[in-house]
Design a protein around this ligand. Sequence first.
Ligand SMILES: [Zn+2]
Length: 403
Amino acid sequence: MTKRLYDLDSHQIEAQSIVLSCTPAGEQFDVVLDQTVFFPEGGGQPSDTGTLGGAAVLHVREEGGEIYHRVDRTLAVGASVTGVIDWTRRFDLMQQHTGEHLLSFSFFDLFQASNVGFHLALNYATIDFDKPVTREQIQEAELLANRFVWKNLTVQATFYDNEDVIRELPLRKHAEGLVPPIRVVHVDGADMCTCCAPHCYTTGEIGSIFVADASSYKGGTRITFFCGERALKLQRAQHDDLDAIARRFSCQREAALGAIKKLSDDYGALKKSERELAKSLNGYMSAEFLQAASSAGKYRVVAQLVTGVDGGRLKDLSQAACAEKTLTLLLSETDGRLSYVLATGVNFPIDVSELMPAVNAALGGKGGGRGTLAQGTAPSASGAKEALEQIRSYFVKRLCDTK
Ligand SMILES: [Zn+2]
């Protein structure tokens, strides 16, 4: 069985190993060594990567008690090879993982919230707690976890051959079904639990812990957190964003939130005022449209082309220009595109769904609706004026023939 050097020293980056087997796996190979510094995926932590005798180590897994290194080229059985882990990746993962111990312990110690799920990805990490926690509780636990960081506590792993001894330990979490020797990780003065992953030597190596998000999850809370360099990068990016916002408003960073709130309030007031103006304008325009309507027996046809009226307002305008026994078609050109609305007033004998196919065909657009309202769009507004006159003539003829 492979000797697990990472269990003995989490900061050993390199080791000389003998290749015990090398088995093809598709276009890649699975290598077993007599000893390894490569941690296989497990305990919520991704595997190490790196190099092994000139081959790239892409992934490492444990199967049936054996450790398999997935590499990109074959290695000679019996050869002595140097394995080197990607230390930047390993140290980052250890920072997150050790930070997770401190956060889990803090939430448990302060609020009896138990960690029931941990996911450590290459760009974020989450913990699921079994009960809801408030924003204030998260901040309190985050502060306590950081205080453990600042105390630079020692992190130690101990192997126990006897399950009964472990039951006597003040463990926060005891994974069931473990086969001795069982590894217990102890943060001096804080967390203690069974765990197989490599950790920082001391909590100071974590740097800092920052809880960025929290959401309800399966009756409890899922938090997303960042440690060490990840936390620094996140804070730098957010600080730069805040700087950019402040520059945009020509104000200090501290005043940016107030400036955004004022802008949002002003925008809301302007939109309200615009809606009222549009309503008044719709009244004037619809009166004009009705005056210019074509007669068609007992009915009237309004057909107009307008510019720069968006879809929502076009609908309101069409309905305002729809008197009794009136058929109204309004076209609006915006940025070369065409949108159109077909509407009918009360006591009108034809459902708009019967008339829309002819409108779509004449305008080269798509749309539909039924009853008294239909809407459509066309990719081009060229020739819309001529098409509108054709449609008007068609409507007039059709309505003259209608009793
Ligand atoms: Zn651990």
